[in-house]
Design a protein around this ligand. Sequence first.
Ligand SMILES: [Zn+2]
Length: 277
Amino acid sequence: MILRDYHYKKNKADNWMEVFQNPHPVQIRSFKTGTVTINRWGTLNPEHPQAKNLQEEELEVPILAHWVHHEEKGDFLIDTGLDASYSQDPKGRMEGTAVDEFQQNKGENISQFVKKNHIDLKKVFLSHLHADHAAGVRELPKNIPYVIPKGEYAEYHPEIHGNFLEGLEELYEIDFLKSNRMPPLGLSADLLGDGSLWAIHTPGHTPWHVSFLVNSMEGHILLAMDAVFVNENLKLGIAPSDYTWDVEKAQETLDKIIEFLRIYPQLKVSPGHEFLK
Ligand SMILES: [Zn+2]
């Protein structure tokens, strides 16, 4: 794999207030490419002091992908969800006990959605390289840039998550060390150069995990991805611990997102595995 630098301009803004005062003609639509069964015990860290009465309960949650349409710059996908290999086989034709399992109805796969909506894909941005966020790469065009956070390629484990990057010759990496710190969140990169779409370093789930912010005239939406699995993480202030690289960092990141919401109550946070309400 050839890893290239994703070029972006350092934004002049160093605070979100200034960004939100200049929203853009972008629309976002989220859709389900399958579901995954997770446990409430782990979706919310059971070791958290506030989690004393947490009950074990299986939750079937959507596997999401997000379509961002920018009136001047075109169509982008933020995460891809699943490809069609999961509609026949929950393990997506992989073997082994450590392999992720998902449920998918026929026709829910990402390329169907792209086709049905006549999406003219310019680029694909990925929050991290877990199968439920990126397996769909398998069935998407190979002649467009795929963009990941720098450092995340080291977390790509095809033996567990599938070889969904096969066929891609290069990946573009967002180097956050060139970006601004935007309190109360961390390093934030202006992906399209006009302040409409941002990648924000939100470590914990994985070391270089990113959330995305869509600065639309219709509202400001933080696509938290796996920094917030479900709304209950926000409501109780308890971060996930399952599938998590560093639980302490995940909690720090969640605390920052809650603080972000407190400062900017007009903001909407879309969890990684629940539709925005
Ligand atoms: Zn993940």
